[in-house]
Design a protein around this ligand. Structure first.
Ligand code: 9MR
Length: 373
């Protein structure tokens, strides 16, 4: 005989709960009915995005859904930089980095951690360090602690970020000035020891340009010659509409791959506003003259189409070299989030990404989808 486990009243209650649950869940789970970047490129390379603190906090359900549907990799835009994660000698703040790891697990995103050694966004106590042995100690403890904590939890680390000048010489950063060029090999050695399974990258902007590329090749060779592991090079990919250096990018992919390392495009965006220089040197600024913010109420169609064509050419090139490319990461989910709204001129309305401020796909999104043939 079948015994009823629940009374009709209880069943009614369960039914009601299921219904409310379904309704709330379904609001956030209705698929956006878009082709998915990560699906389309799944056999080629990972498709990543930079995430800011609000996104890690899941402030907007629609944005979280877009992230989960479109991307399979994520880089923290700021929250793993030394300034945030290591504010004082003996104090670390792992709150957001831990949250990011959880967010990644939940949404099946490989985490590409950024960044262990960078002259910018350093906490004030590091800038005050006078003695070489103190800076050496900071470097060691920072890498051991931070990379060690996320061992097995992140797929890759940008171990060193932006150590080069445009002419390929080493940037006179606090690290070079106090420790000499040996700090580069040392950083990779420490990262390898602290997080042996993690892929280790050198990351820079404009390192597709011949002179800087040559400097980058020197760095890779030095690390390799010291018997230390370097798995890849990040070409950040902060480019300008109508001026994508496709030939230099292709030459660089080939040159880096020839050294036995993978290439990742780590911070892709395409600037559509006027700027007097290329790259992403955060200390460079332009004054806020009239006429520098012309598209506050929308991007003209001609530029929208040019942006789409530029993205299409880039992705065709990436597909051509998919065996050498590990990942392509956009520097943000949508235009409203982009750092380019605030740099090199504050308060501009920029349009560098594939999704607009309402999270809707732009023509460039569809071109990227189509570029995969
Ligand atoms: O996108 C980041 C922005 O929010 C920060 O204000 C800025 C501060 O330096 O850093 C931006 O990210 C940079 C990245 O970490 C390294 N390459 C250049 C990126 C754009 O400046």
């Amino acid at each position: 005989m079948i015994r009823l486990k629940y009374t009709p009243i209880a069943l009614l209650g369960i039914g009601f709960l299921a219904l409310t649950n379904f309704t709330t869940e379904s609001n956030s789970l209705v698929p956006l009915n878009l082709p998915s970047l990560k699906e389309v490129y799944k056999d080629d390379f990972l498709i990543g995005t930079a995430l800011n603190a609000g996104q890690i906090d899941e402030k907007s359900p629609k944005e979280t859904q877009l992230i989960a549907e479109q991307f399979n990799a994520a880089t923290p835009e700021n929250i793993m930089k030394a300034e945030v994660i290591h504010p004082r000698w003996d104090q670390y703040n792992f709150t957001y980095a831990d949250k990011l790891v959880e967010f990644g697990k939940k949404n099946k995103l490989a985490i590409n951690a950024h960044t262990l050694v960078w002259h910018s966004q350093l906490p004030p106590f590091v800038r005050k360090i006078k003695r070489a042995d103190s800076l050496q100690l900071f470097l060691k403890e920072h890498i051991q602690t931070v990379a060690g904590r996320y061992r097995g939890k992140v797929q890759s680390w940008d171990v060193v970020n932006e150590a080069l000048n445009e002419d390929g010489t080493l940037r006179k950063s606090i690290f070079l000035n106090k420790l000499g060029e040996g700090y580069l090999v040392e950083a990779f050695r420490l990262a390898q020891a602290a997080s042996p399974e993690t892929q280790l990258y050198y990351n820079d902007y404009n390192n597709e340009q011949p002179a800087k590329r040559a400097g980058c090749i020197e760095i890779i060779k030095k690390i390799q010659a010291a018997g230390v592991r370097i798995d890849g090079v990040g070409i950040q990919g902060h480019w300008h509409v109508g001026k994508i250096p496709l030939q230099h990018i292709e030459e660089s992919i080939l040159a880096y791959a020839a050294l036995g390392v993978k290439v990742a495009i780590t911070e892709l965006d395409i600037e559509v506003l006027k700027r007097d220089f290329q790259g992403a040197e955060v200390s460079q600024r332009m004054s806020n003259e009239q006429g520098l913010n012309p598209y506050t109420s929308g991007l003209p169609d001609s530029l929208q189409q040019q942006l789409a064509r530029d993205y299409e050419s880039l992705f065709k090139l990436f597909v051509k070299h998919k065996d050498k490319i590990a990942r392509v990461t956009f520097w943000g989910v949508h235009d409203g989030q982009s750092w380019l709204n605030g740099w090199p001129v504050r308060g501009r309305t920029n349009y560098p990404l594939l999704f607009d401020r309402q999270y809707n796909p732009k023509p460039a999104f569809y071109k990227v989808i189509q570029a995969h043939q």
